[in-house]
Design a protein. Structure first.
Length: 407
């Protein structure tokens, strides 16, 4: 079968690989009809989330049809259409039972103190083969797969695999109460769903910060008041727009590949020397090629802006991904302003059923965030466009099925 394979930093390839087989009793084999490329995949290819084992199949977002099940997968049959949650969880340990599926004690073969188990991730996360492939083995399929209602299309369901739940999780961590003002940093796909989720939680006002006009335009269409950080200093603009107070809640939807302002008043405030040190820590190895795979040049920029701009006693929610090698956080300023900080990897399984119901009922149409769909054969090129954040390349759906038909 065809799959997108990680060969090294800055080196991903579409390869022919063996089809997966059932290994454990709670496994399923799924024939993928949709997969997608995520900002998290970019960290790994750019080298800002190190530790990827060469040969690992990438991708952690998937929709497909069940082909085979192990004897302990009792809630699905061959032919069922399912969405697959990005993180892998046993559903039985005390963490899973409390809803902390991303901190499952059992799913990661490296043991309970290792990283969140997810598809297509680096070795500390368990080196599970990912979902940018024609077929995938789904461990703990009885927990991680959710049956799709007929009315929900692949275009909608693929966004419920990871980024809608993550945006919703981020909004929940931010402790949004009706009427609160909320600022979302980063208007990529995850940021768009954080905006949509803040709206669902009745936020009073929603601000959105990015530097890419097409992404800010989508945020505006979703109801956000937009700030381009290459034109305005977001910390100043946010105070100005809130009578000097700042938003009650702020959400980081950027992560380690944050970039610094390259024009406008925020440019003069950039902590260049600090960012240089950080870049070395988070991305000791890089492999820039033809304008692709450049790590962000300001890893802690968003954390600094959030701590500076949020209202006193406000809440920071961090869902942007940082590697364990990231050490810089403005703890002093945060402590002295009585801030609450919440963060983490999404507990997908806790959110997918309820978000799917909202999609089925027509409350949210997640497909509005999707800008491209194409066969798996075009995956590498799609990665390159998405990595460069080219205008109009917001979220790419890959269709492995069409690859199969073409082959
Ligand atoms: N916690 C989780 O479970 C989870 C799940 C999925 C994705 N993520 C993470 O969420 C983040 C966003 O994912 P995505 O797919 O939307 O990625 P993306 O790369 O498409 O989007 C990031 C956006 O941030 C913007 N940005 C860069 N520097 C900025 C700055 N200084 N201030 C404001 N905006 C800035 C970029 O222009 C871009 O639009 C990534 O870090 C990804 O790894 C986390
Ligand atoms: Zn993702
Ligand atoms: Zn568990």
């Amino acid at each position: 079968m065809k799959a997108v394979v990680f060969r090294g930093i800055g080196d991903i390839r579409l390869e022919n690989v063996p089809e997966p087989k059932l290994k454990n009793d709670n496994d399923a084999i799924v024939r993928l009809t949709a997969s997608a490329i995520c900002g998290t995949d970019l960290h790994m290819v750019r080298g800002t989330f190190p530790g990827m084992k060469p040969g690992t199949i990438l991708g952690h977002e998937g929709v497909g049809v069940v082909e085979a099940t192990g004897r302990n997968v009792r809630n699905f049959r061959e032919g069922d259409r399912v969405v697959i949650g990005s993180t892998i969880a046993c559903g039985a340990c005390s963490y899973c039972r409390a809803g902390y599926f991303s901190q499952c004690n059992e799913a990661n073969p490296l043991g309970p103190q290792s990283g969140t188990a997810f598809f297509g991730g680096p070795s500390p996360t368990g080196s599970f083969d990912g979902l940018q492939a024609e077929y995938a083995r789904i461990p703990y399929a009885n927990v991680g797969m959710i049956k799709l209602p007929e009315e929900v299309t692949d275009e909608q369901a693929i966004l419920v695999s990871d980024i809608f739940p993550t945006g919703y999780f981020g909004a929940e961590l931010a402790e949004i109460k009706p009427g609160n003002s909320v600022c979302i940093f980063g208007c990529g796909p995850v940021g768009q769903f954080a905006i949509i989720s803040a709206k669902l939680m009745n936020a009073g006002r929603i601000f959105a910060v990015d530097c890419i006009e097409s992404r800010l335009e989508m945020a505006r269409a979703n109801g956000a008041e937009c700030i381009n950080f290459n034109e305005e200093d977001p910390t100043v603009a946010l105070k100005e727009l809130t009578n000097g107070i700042g938003p009650d809640r702020v959400i980081d939807c950027v992560g380690v590949d944050a970039v610094a302002a390259k024009s406008g008043p925020a440019k003069s405030t950039v902590k260049k020397a600090l960012f240089k040190v950080e870049e070395k820590m988070v991305a000791p190895k890089t492999n820039r090629k033809d304008g692709n795979w450049s790590p962000g040049n300001a890893p802690s920029q968003v954390l600094q802006w959030m701590v500076e701009s949020v209202a006193k006693a406000g809440t920071l929610s961090i869902i942007g991904v940082y590697p364990p090698t990231a050490y810089v956080f403005p703890i002093g300023a945060a402590m002295n302003r009585n801030l609450t900080i919440k963060m983490g990897n999404c507990n997908h399984r806790a959110y997918i059923p309820r978000l799917l119901e909202m999609v089925r009922a027509g409350v949210v149409n997640p497909a509005e965030v999707l800008t491209q769909a194409g066969p798996l054969l075009g995956a590498i090129e799609a990665y390159q466009h998405f990595d460069k954040r080219q205008p109009g390349w917001m979220k790419v759906m890959l269709e492995p099925e069409h690859t199969a038909k073409a082959a």
